[in-house]
Design a protein around this ligand. Structure first.
Ligand SMILES: NC(=O)c1ccc[n+]([C@@H]2O[C@H](COP(=O)([O-])OP(=O)(O)OC[C@H]3O[C@@H](n4cnc5c(N)ncnc54)[C@H](O)[C@@H]3O)[C@@H](O)[C@H]2O)c1
Length: 368
């Protein structure tokens, strides 16, 4: 199969969907790898490293998209890439379609077989291709949250670690999944007071044991959320309902009750956002202030630490991508149930139930 890797064009996105070592793995399985010139530069990989791994480096994005049967990307196709979408093309990337109805319509109209990394799901419900980026973004959330709290950014000038004789900052993490757990570890590590809210008793019990007194775990409900928001210096939103839009748990009125100069880092913005006041931002202009609260709502946070993120992402995605290239999409899905969940659209139909619901269509799976 011809596997294509275009350069990412989303603003400030420096990750790439395949490392030179990943390209070598595809070559080892007798596939052809086409990499757009400069695709790896942002992550520290030169074109020559891809050539040495057996890949062909081509000049234009159009050549990669048009010749490849399977396109590997990091972020969802941008409007300027829609013209490359064609019937039967297999696209494997982060899609987040529940929050992107326009893109869903394009993929359907152009009959693309599109798999979203974020909906590939194992039998135990875990999301193996979302996890590595959630780990990175969760850890990063505390770093950027601390920056938002700095006075020159409109923050209340609180140092999360506190100082000898001075209270540390209070960090509220809403959603104690992979990103939430990673955020809590870093926050506790710098000495902040950490509270985690979740709706899953099993997850709360697990976190309570794992964090061993380094964080307070609380059942998430409206009253507790309101109370904790009022006390927090930094709020990190990491709620996820797989495939669906994030529930807007925080209202504008609740934001208005928060401390002036507090910060909200909303990771779940890529699924629509946890707050009525959240709107997507970019690395170029990451923050804005609403109701006196500094909001950071970058949809591709790991893109700012591309070296770490590209390795973490491709460690997880390459085995699945190889299976698709080796067997073809239909046979790969027959053998690998996790991949079936990954399929979002195929041949003009929506296949993932949560995505289907967001566009009010009936789901159809090729494996039914
Ligand atoms: N912005 C970015 O750059 C970026 C990067 C990586 C991940 N993310 C996003 O971060 C979010 C979290 O990802 P994850 O991998 O940690 O997901 P996860 O499934 O591991 O965790 C989500 C948690 O939310 C909890 N939850 C569900 N409803 C809740 C509610 N009403 N109140 C409190 N908790 C609730 C679940 O029980 C679960 O523990 C996702 O939206 C993901 O797409 C964003």
């Amino acid at each position: 199969m011809i596997v294509g890797v275009p350069t990412e064009i989303k603003p400030d996105e420096r990750r790439v969907a395949l490392t030179p070592a990943g390209a070598a793995a595809f070559r080892h399985h007798h596939h052809t790898v086409l990499v757009q010139r400069g695709a790896g530069l942002g992550s520290g990989f030169a074109d020559n490293e891809y050539r040495a791994a057996g890949a062909r480096v081509t000049d234009s994005a159009a050549a990669v998209w048009r010749r490849a049967a399977l396109v590997l990307k990091v972020k969802e196709p941008q409007p300027s890439e829609f013209r490359y979408l064609r019937p039967g093309l297999i696209l494997f990337t982060y899609l987040h379609l529940a929050a992107e109805r326009g893109l869903t319509r394009e993929l359907l109209k152009r009959r693309v077989d599109a798999l979203g990394y974020e909906t590939v799901q194992l039998e135990d419900g875990s999301l193996p291709l979302l996890a590595p980026m959630s780990e990175v973004a969760g850890r990063l959330a505390i770093q950027v949250g601390g920056w938002c709290l700095e006075a020159q950014n409109g923050g209340r000038g609180v140092l999360l670690s506190g100082a000898p004789g001075v209270r540390p900052g209070k960090v509220l993490i809403i959603g104690g999944g992979i990103a939430g757990f990673n955020a809590s570890r870093v926050a506790a590590g710098v000495g902040a007071e950490v509270t985690i809210l979740d709706v899953s008793p099993v997850r709360l019990r697990y976190l309570n044991e794992l964090l061993n007194g380094q964080a307070v775990t609380l059942m998430s409900n409206r009253a507790t959320l309101e109370e904790e928001l009022r006390a927090a210096d930094l709020v990190v939103g990491t709620v996820l309902v797989p495939g669906a839009r994030t529930p807007r748990l925080i209202t504008a009125r609740m934001v208005a009750t928060m401390k002036r100069g507090a910060a909200l880092v909303d990771l779940s913005i890529d699924q629509g956002g946890i707050s009525e006041t959240s709107r997507p931002t970019t690395h170029a202009r990451p923050i804005y202030t609403r109701e006196g609260v500094v909001h950071y709502c970058v949809t591709n946070m790991p893109g700012v630490v591309p070296h770490t993120s590209t390795y973490a992402l491709t460690n997880a995605t390459v085995p699945y991508a190889l299976e698709i290239a080796d067997r073809g999409l239909l046979e790969a899905g027959e053998h690998n149930r996790a991949l079936r969940h990954g399929l979002n659209t195929w041949d003009g139909k929506v296949s993932h139930p949560a995505v289907a619901e967001s566009v009010k269509l009936k789901p159809h799976s090729p494996w039914d």
